[in-house]
Design a binder for this molecule. Structure first.
Ligand code: PLP
Length: 363
């Protein structure tokens, strides 16, 4: 018997919003290449630019500051690519799409609560040649909110550019480029009900951005290649209903229900200022791979760290940076969305008990 699917992995990706679907359907009949001069091309370009304007308004910037990319990974790469490798810095809990660009010696430590250690960051950044500092707004593994504004101030004081990976915070908190103090900001559509494979880099006005790709003149030569028209329309459609994700109060009872059941001591970053829809929880003594398989048998989708292309577990580096050592392999991540109910959480917790009890019985 197949069990009804229970999806508790919104930090990995979200279901397509009806508004995004409808916008994409409109795009299927748009024939023109957005770079073509004729009317079919202009219609496609106008459709893209309407979304560009909506995004610009969302981040308090002008349209020329919005560059569409193939998602968060590419937007991160585009930002980090602006300075030489040895001048890139990032918190040790960044997504792999950032960390892979940053030499290990330039990973900035976090506190045991999974929040950037500002003092340690300042010590390092004050001595370094001016470069670029990358700090996420919300951690994808633990939900811990990062002190982007404070970090941006101190980074700028020492002459560094600031990049904020806001993929997980998009739609959850207001993201105004200037208010954050960032020069670059990354977002991705599929965390807010948009399609996968489309995102944007928001860039400080007038910054002479060096493209990663070569060829066409799209996105003012900063991101050559025929635009992903359907994806961009989907991003625009998702943006129309983004407030569904922004009401943090809807997630508080769900978070509290989980914490009351598993115990605060088993929640990572519990003392941090946090986003309540992402929880990293430990089942002591049981490896997360086994937990994931058992939950999956019960039709429940949760994850360990972030989902990466090979299906293997990435993201344990976050818990390791927080000092969990081998215990980091016992944590899973549950993440909620607007569709998640307390009944769903109760079903998850019943499965949690079942897994724990069967492990105890086998011991
Ligand atoms: N940055 C963070 C914090 C993420 O959580 C993710 C995706 O999980 C990414 C970047 C990558 O974004 P995308 O999947 O759009 O490439």
């Amino acid at each position: 018997m197949t069990k009804d699917l229970l999806y508790l992995d919104y930090a990995a990706t979200t279901p397509l919003a009806p508004s995004a679907r409808a916008a994409m359907e409109r795009g299927f009949d748009m024939l023109g290449n957005p770079s073509s001069i004729h009317r079919a091309g202009r219609a496609a370009r106008d459709a893209i630019n309407a979304v560009r304007l909506d995004l610009a308004n969302h981040f308090g910037v002008t349209q020329g500051q919005v560059i569409f990319t193939s998602g968060g990974t590419e937007a991160n790469a585009l930002a980090l690519h602006q300075v030489q490798q040895e001048r890139r810095f990032a918190s040790a809990i960044e997504h792999e799409a950032v960390l892979a660009w940053v030499p290990e010696a330039n990973h900035l430590p976090v506190t045991p609560n999974g929040v950037l250690d500002l003092e340690a960051a300042e010590a390092k950044l004050s001595e370094a040649e001016p470069g670029l500092v990358s700090l996420m707004a919300a951690n994808n593994a633990t939900g811990a909110r990062q002190p982007v504004e404070a970090a941006a101030k101190l980074a700028a004081a020492h002459g560094h550019l600031v990049h904020c990976d806001a993929v997980q915070a998009f739609g959850k908190i207001p993201l105004d480029l200037a208010a954050l103090g960032a020069d670059f900001l990354t977002v991705s559509a599929h965390k807010i009900g948009g399609p996968k494979g489309i995102g944007a880099l928001i860039v400080k006005d007038g910054f002479p951005l060096q493209s990663l790709l070569r060829g066409g003149g799209q996105e003012r030569r900063r991101r050559p290649g025929t635009e992903n028209l359907i994806g961009i329309l989907g991003l625009g459609g998702a943006l129309e209903t983004i407030e569904r994700y922004g009401d943090m109060a809807q997630f508080l009872p769900l978070m509290e229900q989980v914490i009351a059941h598993v115990g605060l001591q088993n929640v990572a970053a519990y003392g941090a200022e946090r986003f309540p829809h992402i929880l990293s929880i430990q089942m002591p003594g049981i490896k997360n791979q086994l937990q994931l398989m058992r939950f999956d048998l019960d039709g429940i989708c949760v994850s360990a760290g972030s989902a990466c292309s090979s299906g293997k577990v990435a993201g344990n580096h976050v818990l390791e940076a927080m000092g969990y050592g081998d215990r980091s392999e016992e944590f899973i991540r549950v993440s909620f969305g607007p569709e998640t109910t307390q009944g769903d959480v109760a079903r998850f917790l019943a499965a949690w008990d079942k897994i724990q009890n069967s492990a105890k019985a086998a011991a």
